[in-house]
Design a protein around this ligand. Structure first.
Ligand code: FE2
Ligand code: FE2
Length: 148
């Protein structure tokens, strides 16, 4: 599928997001307590701040405009916003609850794949100026790779 220009940054960030999700899943399944604790602490300290620009851009420049548009994805958009909050909560709790690492990884993976599969195809419902705003906001993001 051709990726629209204004989605290139978010798509690249989804790659990093899936790398982190797979890492969390694999470390959780390894049963290596030292690795589980170390990754859990790292995620709890940096996830919310690292992903905040990505989540804010998606919410402000894709989900909210789509909810107000004719696109038939209102429920999906609302659900994806709730998942941002759930991911931030899960991440913040990981320092005290490293046993949640698998749940965190699975939710992040499923969330990212849902966006890649179903949401980006609705980008056509955004106006030209909305798409420009999306591109401009995305270009301000710092690289996620720096954190993971
Ligand atoms: Fe998202
Ligand atoms: Fe995303």
């Amino acid at each position: 599928m051709k990726i629209e220009t204004e989605l290139l940054v978010l798509t690249r960030e989804h790659h990093s997001s899936l790398v982190l999700a797979n890492k969390a899943i694999n470390v959780a399944r390894s049963k290596d307590e030292a690795k589980i604790t170390s990754l859990s602490v790292q995620i709890s300290q940096s996830f919310e701040a690292s992903f905040a620009p990505h989540f804010k851009t998606e919410e402000a420049f894709i989900f909210r405009p789509l909810i107000a548009s004719d696109a038939d994805c209102q429920d999906t958009c609302l659900h994806l916003i709730q998942e941002h909050q759930a991911l931030n909560r899960l991440a913040a709790d990981l320092a005290d609850h490293p046993e949640e690492l698998l749940s965190f990884g699975e939710l992040l993976k499923q969330h990212t794949r849902t966006e890649d599969r179903t949401l980006f195809s609705n980008i056509k419902y955004l106006s030209v100026s909305q798409r420009q705003q999306l591109a401009q906001a995305s270009e301000q993001h710092k690289p996620l790779e720096r954190f993971f």
